[in-house]
Design a protein around this ligand. Sequence first.
Ligand code: BEZ
Length: 211
Amino acid sequence: MALQLGDTAPDFKAESTEGTIQFHDWIGDKWAILFSHPKDYTPVCTTELGAVAKLKSEFDKRNVKVVGLSVDPLDDHHGWAKDIEETQGAALNFPLIADDDRAISDRYGMIHPNADDTLTVRSVFVIGPDKKIKLTLTYPASTGRNFDEVLRIVDSLQLTAQHQVATPVNWKHGDDVIIVPSVSDSAAKEKFPDGWRAEKPYLRYVKDPSS
Ligand code: BEZ
């Protein structure tokens, strides 16, 4: 059965470029992003991993740990890391898991046989400190992901977790947010004493409480 939002992210033990990882212990009380890439020594993946390395401080700021995965062995990961540093101008600064036996890829549904039965697709799992899956993304091998969008997603998820607000279309940090429908007007008065702007009774905007 495919993993769904709200499910507990399966725990696992794996070898990575930064040593052995017991996934839930490694996450600790932080947020985590587990992302798969199809294959080592491939061009799109090379650019993605360089981009994530450059964004590491942004993930740190948000209390998020990032970890990549592919079905290639650790030796390949170490060799490829040199190419990533050389071509992308950023060295890997997060672990890359070697899932040679595909145990993790299978458990997380990262192999889509109708796309390719040997390689992982580009999956992203955002996992909360409670170890629950908060968001999943699936891209085909040929489309590189937008990790600025992944950061934006984290900002939205963390706002919802902390303030019972949702984020509207194309929202970015600092834009007004929306009071979730499950918060009544009387509860909203306590939560948002400075008030809100209601365009409809169900469409209530407040300032981004985190900015
Ligand atoms: C890539 O990362 O460039 C890639 C990997 C597998 C298929 C297509 C592209």
